[in-house]
Ligand binder design. Structure first.
Ligand SMILES: Cc1cc2nc3c(=O)[nH]c(=O)nc-3n(C[C@H](O)[C@H](O)[C@H](O)COP(=O)(O)OP(=O)(O)OC[C@H]3O[C@@H](n4cnc5c(N)ncnc54)[C@H](O)[C@@H]3O)c2cc1C
Length: 412
């Protein structure tokens, strides 16, 4: 039996040794938790940072993506079980491939794993340090690399491989790069970057299967390659929980307190589909920022608090020498505008929705900036404040984003 909500949890177990798992044990200790803490991770490495894997690590600029020196981890006073995989969840007990762990509270932070395509032979993915290490060894000058998927990871991979002299082809089933994340109209602007970097971009081509030496397109045709990397997205790593009866729907379903349908069982990070009161829908953003910050709320709730996690999602990407930053949720947008010239090094895409009070203006609900960190910082604050903006002012790069806000609107 798990401890009731009001009872102090003597034993907290965290499954998943990624950023979300690490941050959870850090925040629990920071909040003064002195009980027994166990972190169980399937990978044999201590927690590390994934974003550099497709950027500075792949390009060869850094060799290490450690989050913490080993001593700091030891200072947390937690039992750290690496190379151990959780397999079964019962009432107040977790079983791994090596042992059983009774708990008063359990945190599921098992992240996500890449989707793979039929065929398999020779197919590579990029999720873990080991994936990145193996890939880095293959991207020698002149190697033919085919990347399946022109999403965030595909674009970053193409950037690193092209910079290291590979002949890179990116095959994308959609009409534009990043179409699933920011829509085809905005994503299409990035197509030119591929050509400028010497990367061939094939749009509207679904891949049928992958074989040794290349891949078969769904509509027929063979693309030869020395290396094929599949970068078509990830799925929450929660299959092991199916027999447990905890509610799963595109991840572990949790409320805005990050608690699941099972009392005492919480989830955080890429595996958690949390309820956003701000956007009135369930979200699973797969963003580093969530794994970093949600554990603050989670730790408070594990210790009897009643806090809500309700962020404006934030993501960044570095591709073809450009810094992209995205904040918000554009699903509810009713209008869209460009700020600046997309042929230049600095521009933004802004999504707007109807204002919900008597003030004239539109609410800024999402923003993608390219090479415009100041605009991004100001835009993100306006989104968080649900501020109203004057669309004409916002579209004018001569006016600061902050100054485009309507003075009487909230948060301004
Ligand atoms: C190459 C790459 C680049 C990225 N770049 C960016 C970026 O630029 N910006 C951004 O915002 N985000 C980026 N991300 C996303 C970001 O890294 C993730 O959102 C973040 O890592 C999620 O952390 P997590 O702890 O929830 O999950 P994970 O990092 O996936 O960690 C989960 C851990 O749980 C382990 N595990 C799984 N199942 C079990 C089990 N049954 N038992 C025990 N352990 C288990 C896994 O092995 C893994 O170690 C990137 C991701 C990748 C892969």
């Amino acid at each position: 039996m798990v401890a009731g909500r009001g009872e102090y949890p003597e034993r907290i177990v965290v499954v998943g040794g990624g950023l979300a798992g690490l941050r959870t044990i850090e925040e629990l200790r920071a909040a003064g938790y002195r009980g027994s803490l166990t972190l169980i991770g399937a990978e044999s490495r201590p927690p590390y940072d994934r974003p550099p894997l497709s950027k500075a690590f792949l390009s060869g600029a850094v060799d290490d993506t450690s989050l913490r020196p080993a001593g700091d981890l030891a200072a947390l006073g937690a039992r750290i079980r690496l190379g151990e995989r959780a397999e079964w969840l019962g009432d107040g007990v977790l079983r791994t491939d090596l042992a059983e762990y009774p708990f008063d509270r359990l945190v599921i932070a098992t992240g996500a794993r890449p989707v793979t395509l039929p065929g398999g032979a020779g197919q590579r993915v990029l999720r873990s340090f080991d994936d990145a290490l193996a890939l880095r060894e293959t991207i020698a000058a002149g190697a033919r690399m085919v990347i399946v998927g022109a999403g965030w990871i595909g674009a970053e991979l193409a950037t690193a491989a092209a910079a290291r002299g590979c002949q890179v082809t990116v095959v994308e089933a959609g009409a534009a790069p990043l179409a699933a994340a920011v829509g085809a109209e905005v994503g299409a602007v990035t197509s030119a970057w591929y050509a400028q970097a010497g990367v061939e971009l094939l749009l509207g081509r679904a891949v049928g299967s992958i074989a040794e030496g290349g891949l078969e397109l769904a509509a027929g045709g063979w693309l030869a390659a020395d290396v094929v990397v599949t970068a078509v997205g990830v799925r929450p790593d929660v299959g092991w929980l199916e027999p447990a009866g905890v509610l799963l729907d595109n991840g572990v379903v949790v409320d805005s307190r990050l608690e699941s349908s099972m009392t005492g069982v919480y989830a955080v990070g890429d595996c958690a589909a949390f309820w956003s009161e701000r956007f009135a829908r369930r979200m699973r953003p797969e963003h580093w920022d969530v794994a970093l910050r949600a554990p603050v709320t989670l730790a408070a709730n594990l210790l009897g608090g009643d806090e809500r996690y309700d962020p404006v999602p934030y993501f960044w990407s570095e591709q073809f020498g450009r810094m992209l930053q995205f904040a918000g949720d554009h699903r509810a947008a009713t209008e869209f505008l460009w700020r600046g010239d997309t042929a230049t090094a600095s521009w933004s895409a802004c999504w707007l929705a109807e204002g919900d009070d008597a003030l004239a203006g539109r609410r800024l609900v999402a923003m993608l900036t390219v090479g415009a960190p100041r605009d991004f910082a100001q835009g993100r604050r306006l989104i968080e404040a649900r501020a109203l903006v004057d669309p004409a002012q916002l579209a004018d790069p001569g006016v600061s984003v902050r100054a485009a806000a309507i003075e009487a609107s909230p948060g301004v």
